[in-house]
Write a protein that binds this ligand. Structure first.
Ligand code: SAH
Ligand code: SF4
Length: 384
């Protein structure tokens, strides 16, 4: 059985937060706090259902739990999400929550509604150590891993806001999760894994692994475990097709160069034409956007024989960045070339730009610069 870790314990209440514990941890915690061993499994089952299927935030709604037991649980435990310090709604329907953690750090979660799905973009770390040159999160100084509770907490917050309890069988607003917020999820493997196991659990939130995508900048040694132990779809932040360029804009490439990265992609567990790897490619003017780059991209994907789709992301500017988005014609030409070679390469229109919710723009509000600077940077935008 897993050791019980102090997860997200509220400094004020001193109670143990049940939200974010694995099933084993939940049961162990009940036993440690006086629930009879013989009953602990059944109680854990009940609580799991109330927490993750019904969205309960207190024990008094648990009609199949006696009043005495409710009082006992309430004395020792709580069911708590991190605090929302700011909720924003974009003119295009995108929502962003600034989530305040118990230690005062903040992360962001973004909900993107589309016609046929609704995707929650979840953060895995406060900041990111990888300092990719085009990414706002990479400029944040404060970095730490999120706990499983803090990762699951973002999903709970979104479902609270969308009013999506109990878990609907179909027609969900929140139908997909992408680990594409702040941080490198494969640098926080254990907590990401635990959190995803919780959201995939069929008796709780019950999201299929096929509806979850983890995005990595290319932490090669962890990619195999991700496929085998979590089983979610993989997205890879590629952004360059030559080591020289990728070294310059993504420092992790110095450690795990393209050959290693693409080999790990080709071997990713469960990959097939029906379950392709997504390659994200931010279009950076004069850096990675030539037709030669497009040709090299196609050559590499064919050489390594990777069932792939490519998402072309017009670079999203942020205050102080040295990069510019490629011209519209250049992006279209790139896309057409890759499509022409038989590989899907749609251009991803940025969402929630007015609330700085687009890819690579996330950064704690506490570290954000003045609005005037932001407007200055926005003035240099390409036509959207
Ligand atoms: N750290 C992980 C998860 C973040 S995903 C990763 O890098 O994959 C966020 C995606 O947005 C990544 O593909 C990232 O490379 C991309 N991105 C970062 N900054 C961007 C920007 N300014 N414009 C467009 N895409 C950006
Ligand atoms: Fe970190 Fe991903 Fe941003 Fe790179 S692109 S700095 S890995 S969050």
């Amino acid at each position: 059985m897993n050791m019980l870790r102090p997860l997200n314990q509220a400094e004020t209440s001193g109670k143990i937060n049940l939200c974010g514990l694995s099933r084993d941890e939940l049961r162990a915690s009940l036993i440690e706090n006086g629930v009879a061993e013989g009953k602990a499994k059944m109680r854990a089952q009940q609580l799991w259902h109330w927490i993750y299927n019904r969205g309960a935030t207190s024990f008094d709604v648990m009609t199949n739990v006696s009043k005495d037991m409710q009082a006992m649980l309430d004395g020792k435990f709580e069911i708590r999400r991190p605090e929302v310090s700011l909720a924003q709604l974009s003119e295009d329907g995108t929502r962003k929550w600034l989530v305040r953690l118990d230690d005062g750090n903040e992360v962001e979660a973004v909900f993107i509604p589309e016609d046929d799905r609704g995707t929650l973009c979840v953060s895995s770390q406060v900041g990111c150590t990888l300092t990719c040159k085009f990414c706002h999160t990479g400029t944040q100084r404060m970095v730490r891993n999120l706990t499983a509770a803090e990762i699951v907490g973002q999903v709970m917050i979104a479902r609270d806001a969308l009013g999506e309890w109990p878990s609907p069988a179909d027609g969900r607003l929140l139908s997909n999760i992408v680990l594409m917020g702040m941080g490198e999820p494969l640098y926080n493997f254990d907590n990401v894994k635990q959190a995803m196991k919780i959201v995939m659990d069929p008796e709780g939130i019950s999201l299929s692994k096929r509806r979850i995508t983890l995005s990595t900048s290319g932490v090669v040694p962890m990619m195999q475990r991700c496929g085998e132990e979590i089983g979610v779809n993989l997205a890879v932040s590629l952004h360059a097709v030559r080591n020289e360029t990728r070294d310059a804009i993504m420092p992790i490439n110095n450690k795990y160069p393209l050959e290693q990265l693409l080999t790990a992609c080709a071997n990713y567990h469960g990959v097939s034409n029906a379950r392709r790897i997504t390659f994200e490619y931010a279009m950076l003017k004069g850096v990675n956007d030539s037709l030669d780059d497009a040709k090299e991209l196609v050559r590499l994907l064919k050489k390594y024989d990777i069932p792939a789709k490519v998402n072309l992301i017009p670079f999203n500017p942020w205050p102080g960045t040295a990069f510019e988005c490629s011209d519209w014609d250049t992006i279209h030409a790139f896309s057409e070339y890759v499509f022409g070679a038989g590989i899907s390469a749609p251009i991803r229109m940025p969402r929630g730009r007015d609330i700085m919710a687009a890819c690579g723009q996330l950064k704690s509000a506490s570290e954000k610069v003045r609005k005037a600077d932001l407007l200055k940077a926005e003035a240099g935008n390409p036509p959207a």
